[in-house]
Every structure is written in C-alpha cells, then in structure tokens.
Design a protein around this ligand. Structure first.
Ligand SMILES: Nc1nc2c(ncn2[C@@H]2O[C@H](COP(=O)(O)OP(=O)(O)OP(=O)(O)O)[C@@H](O)[C@H]2O)c(=O)[nH]1
Length: 605
C-alpha cells in the first residue's frame, strides 16, 4: 500500500511550490510570475460572466451590461445570479484578462472535459472548440473535447473568452479549470496524468484477472467473479473520468457513449457492490431489502443504457440519494458483522473506511478547502485490494481445508484397503480350509473308517478306471479277493477289539507291500480286494502269494495268534466286465476255502 501511495504521489506531483496566482474580478495578474519556470497555472477564480450571451472579443467593448463575476470552474444549476436561480440549460460567456510578465513566443491552454459545447478565444482568435455552441437546444451539439491548444499571445495582455452552451447535461458550466502554461509543460502534465490513470487501470484489471482465475478454480464461489466485475467497472470508470478513453480515441469522442459509460460505470457498479456485501455477510442483511435494492439499481442502469440523454441525464441526483442510503445500510450491516465477529468483516471495513476518507478528502478538495491532489482513485484501489485479500484468504483457507480433508480421506482409504486386504486373506484362508475339508470329506466318503483303506465305493472307481484303460490300450489288470480264514474264531477267542486291530494291522502290511499304482480296499466284513494294475494273472498270483505269506508270518508276531488269508485271483478279460471278473475271483476264493484255506487260488479263463 505504501508503494502505491508513493507512486501515486509521484505521478500526481503537480503542486505549485510558490503561491498560486488566482483569477480575481475577471483579471489574472501574472506580471510577477515567469510561466516557464513553474507548473501550469489553473485559471480558477472569479471570471467575468455574461449569462445568456455568446460574445466575441469585438462585442465585449460594445457590451452595455457590466459583467457579473462567478467562480470558474463552477456549475450553473442552482447558482444564484443577479437574484435569479440559474438553470442547467442555457449559454454564457466567461472572460478573463491575463497580464504576462513579458512577451512569450508561444503559450498553450489546456481545456478540461467541459461535458457540453464550448468555444475558446484568445482575443479575437478562436483557438479551440468542442461540439457546437448555440443559443438554442436545436442547434446545440455536445461533444467531449478535452485537449491542449497552443497560441501566440499578442503582447503582454490578452483576453480569454470561453463560450459555453448546454442543453444536455444536468449541471451546465464546467467542473474543471482551464490551465495555462507552455505547450511542453502541459503535455508533460498530461503524460503524467495519463500514466497515473493507466497505472491505476492496470491495477484494477490485474485484480480482475486474478479474481477470474480464482473463480475458474472454484466456480461454486461467485464472490471472486463479482470482485472481478467490480474491478473492471472501477477500471473503466477511472479511464472514462480521466479522459483515457478519449486520448486513446476509443469512442471517437462520441458524447452520448461517453456520458452513458460515465453514468453506467457508476450505476452498474451499485448492484454488484450490494451483492458482494450481501453474499459476504448474508445474515446481517435483509434478503428482500437487498433484492429490491438490486432490482432498482439494475432497473436504473437499464434506463440509463436505453433512454435518450435529456431524459436520463437529470435523473442521476435521485440515484445519488438512493446510493447514499444504500451505503449507510451497507456500512450498518458491516458494523453489525464486526460486532458478530464475522470473518473478513474487519478487512472490508478498513477498505470501506479508506475509500470513505479519501472520498471526503476529494470533496474538500473540490470545495477548495484543501490544496492537495485527488485521492479517490487510491481509495477505490484500497477497497478492491481489501476485497481481493478477502477472496484470496478464503481461497487459501478452502484449499487448506481441502488438503486436510484429502489427508483424512487418504487415511480412511488406507484403513479400508488394509481391512479389505485382511478380509481377502481371511476369505482365502476360509476357502483353503473349506477345500481341505471337502477333500477330507471326499476321502472319508471313499475311505474305510477302521482300516483307512478305500471302501467299496472308493475301490470300485479304480476298478472302472482300470477297465477304461484296458479298453483303450489293452493294459491287463487283475482282481484279487482276500478273505480272512475263520475270522469268527479270532473274534470269539480274542475279542472284537483285537479282531479290529488284526484287520487294521493286516491292511497296513498289505499297503506296505503293494506297488503305488495298485489299489487296495475293503470289500465288506473281513473280505478285501486288491486291484493289481498293468499285471497279468501270473504277476498277480505272485503278489497274492507274497501277501498271504506276509500276513501269516507278521500277524502272528503282532497278535500272538495265527491268522491266515485265502486269496482268489482273476485276470479281467478284454471283453469281460468288472462284475464278471469279480465273480470269477470270488469263485476262485471259494475254491481256495474249500481246498483247505490259507492259499492263493487262481481263476483261469
Ligand atoms: N472284529 C471284527 N470282525 C469282523 C469284522 N467284519 C466281519 N467280522 C467277522 O468276521 C467273521 C466272518 O465269519 P464267517 O463269514 O463265518 O467266516 P470265517 O469265520 O472267516 O470263516 P471262513 O471265511 O469260512 O474262513 C464274523 O464273525 C464277523 O463278525 C470287523 O470289522 N471286525
């Protein structure tokens, strides 16, 4: 902010160090002032004034009426002149006699934006004009024509005649003073002012762009968009009021467009500012009142944008009264927001306070109570910057909250991921357990509970498989039925438990002897079946004999009781089914039993 003030002050450095010469009773005495050695002189003070007269230099001498004196610059409307109140419509001639200290080759006059039509003479020479000066509304044409005009003064005393007519503008006369100096001085001052205006306009546009960027990042929050529009509005107003639009010839000095831009950049900003305050501190303002005010200000802006100039130009004071009321209401809300400790209320209040103070400063300046430079532009910059700071701070806060939220989300995601991983692991473990259980159940379904050998169902599957292999490749296989001899006596003599143990041990012996590809199972009771795959009858007889001997020998050692088996063996024929082969094994077994037991009996095809 201090940098801004410094730049602003440097660019506005047009204060005159020495005493300011003033126009007094239609005369400006510059005999003690070297114009070239100082800043341009504002031709303000009491000028000779001829109301409802457009006089030339020649006509001045013939004038019977003595002129009255009025303050120039000054507006007509409401001014007391010879006991009458002036209207804003009309025409007049202002005259001042300037006395110079010496003969100057060239001087120049800077004409401000008078806002209607004017003609400027140095003695009898017309040096500048804007629009068409006339004594009636039909012939009068307003035009924005500020500019710097060089002239050659005739001697050390000359008269300046300024004719002004107005039938459009609400006030009449001129708000601003003419300035006298050398052409270079005036040009230099113009450049400085243009630079100052450009600098401020650039600040407004930069703030606007920055806020548009913020808005594009968070479209849900429209406050940055409103600030962007307010900044653009302030920028356009600054450019228009300081004639920047005129110097860069944007509207080709079109009076109507200039005046509409001037008015609209004031009225159009009102609804935006009101909405900004309301949206920032919603619960301190009345919603219906705000919407009504916005509707009125928008309606007024439309009226200015569409109505003819003579209709709308004199309505602005009503709007100014309304705006004053609105400002009081907004400030009242702001104070309430501060009292309620609303975030950002203090910052916005500071911005508004700076703007209010600098506006009051400029009012004092225009009244001639102080002799400084206009500072309201600086107030506008301060106000918009405070708004900008608020949106930026809000944006940072929102993005910090977002980051925090993201961190929490990330943490929750991780926890969820961990939970899901453990769930997956648990499911995997359960599935594996179930699969194991299923395998066990399947085994159990095919397994004999006492001996752990295949049961009848289990061994039957292998018998069918062996048959299928034989059909495909002709591989031979044999079925041996093993039956314990007189097992009833084992049970009867040693008890049923020992009988069970005997069967169990016998099965273990058999399992240990047979090949891995051979299958062994319990056919029922104390009768067992051996499937000898890839084996012919001779091979099967050999295995059966080996089993018989092993049982006879080893079981006696284990249970101290002689236990023997009889085995019936048959080789399955190519065309024979399993049932038939089993039947033949059984027949051979029966034959073995009949022939004295404890032997291997073969079934020959
Ligand atoms: N301990 C026990 N005994 C069984 C089991 N299954 C069958 N047995 C018995 O085996 C005996 C079979 O008797 P039998 O069919 O008369 O035949 P055997 O006494 O072995 O006489 P042969 O077969 O003619 O030599 C019965 O006493 C059944 O109770 C079993 O799982 N455990």
């Amino acid at each position: 902010m201090s940098i801004l003030v410094t730049v602003f002050t440097l660019l506005s450095a047009d204060q005159q160090a020495s005493e300011v010469p003033k126009v007094s009773e239609g005369k400006l005495d510059l005999t003690g002032t070297d114009i070239t050695q100082r800043q341009p002189i504002k031709l303000s003070g009491s000028w000779d004034f001829y109301w409802q007269k457009l006089l030339t230099f020649d006509e001045l001498g013939l004038q019977e009426d003595t002129p009255t004196q009025v303050e120039f610059p000054g507006i007509w409307r409401g001014k007391n002149h010879q006991g009458k109140t002036l209207d804003h419509n009309g025409f007049a001639t202002y005259v001042v006699e300037v006395s110079l200290p010496k003969n100057y080759e060239h001087l120049a006059i800077r004409v401000p934006n008078i806002g209607s039509a004017y003609r400027l003479y140095v003695n009898e020479n017309l040096i500048a004009s804007g629009g068409q000066v006339a004594n009636n509304a039909e012939r009068h044409v307003s035009k924005y024509s500020p500019g710097t005009y060089a002239f050659k003064p005739d001697g050390q005393v000359f008269k300046l005649l300024l004719q002004i007519s107005n039938y459009d503008y609400y006030w009449g006369g001129s708000w601003n003073a003419l300035e006298l100096g050398t052409h270079d001085q005036l040009q230099e001052k113009l450049v400085r002012e243009t630079l100052k205006t450009s600098f401020i306009v650039a600040i407004f546009f930069t703030i606007s762009l920055f806020n548009l960027l913020l808005f594009s990042l968070r479209i849900r929050n429209i406050l940055p968009l409103i600030i962007a529009m307010i900044s653009i509005g302030f920028g356009i107003r600054e450019a228009e009021i300081n004639n920047l639009l005129h110097y860069v010839n944007i509207f080709d000095s079109n009076f109507l467009i200039n005046i509409r831009t001037n008015f609209l950049s004031f009225t159009g900003l009102a609804p935006l500012l009101i909405m900004y305050f309301y949206l920032s501190f919603k619960n301190v303002y009345n919603k219906i009142a705000i919407y009504m005010i916005v509707a009125i200000t928008v309606g007024f802006s439309l009226f200015i944008g569409l109505a003819p100039i003579h209709v709308f130009s004199n309505k602005l004071p009503y709007f100014q009264f309304l705006i004053m009321g609105i400002i009081v209401y907004l400030i009242f809300g702001l104070i309430k927001a501060i009292y309620l400790k609303k975030r950002n209320a203090g910052t916005l209040f500071i911005g508004s306070l700076i703007l209010a103070c600098l506006s009051i400063h400029d009012i004092f300046l225009s009244l001639g109570w102080i002799n400084t430079v206009p500072l309201v532009s600086l107030g506008l910059v301060a106000f918009v910057m405070c708004q900008n700071y608020i949106t930026y701070a809000d944006f940072i806060l929102a993005s910090t909250n977002n980051k925090k939220l993201n961190r929490v989300l990330e943490q929750q995601n991780n926890e969820l991921q961990q939970f899901s991983n453990s769930l997956e692991k648990q499911v995997e473990e359960r599935t594996e357990e179930l699969e194991n259980l299923n395998r066990k159940l399947e085994l159990l379904a095919n397994e004999d509970a006492l001996t752990s050998a295949y049961n009848r169902r289990g061994i039957s599957v292998f018998l069918e498989q062996a048959k299928a292999v034989q059909k495909r490749s002709g591989t031979p296989f044999c079925i041996a039925l093993i039956d314990f001899d007189n097992f009833k006596t084992v049970n009867d003599s040693l008890g049923h438990d020992v009988g069970d143990l005997t069967l169990k041990k016998a099965c273990e012996l058999i399992q240990a002897i047979i090949r891995e590809q051979d299958k062994f199972g319990r056919w029922g009771g104390e009768e067992f079946v051996l499937l000898a795959t890839d084996t012919n009858l001779q091979g099967a007889a050999f295995i059966a004999e080996k089993l018989r001997c092993e049982i006879e020998e080893k079981l006696a050692e284990l249970i101290a009781y002689k236990v023997t088996v009889t085995i019936g063996v048959a080789e399955c024929g190519i065309e024979e089914n399993i049932e038939s082969c089993l039947k033949r094994s059984d027949n051979a077994l029966y034959k073995g039993k009949m022939e004295g037991r404890n032997q291997v009996a073969l079934s020959k095809n």
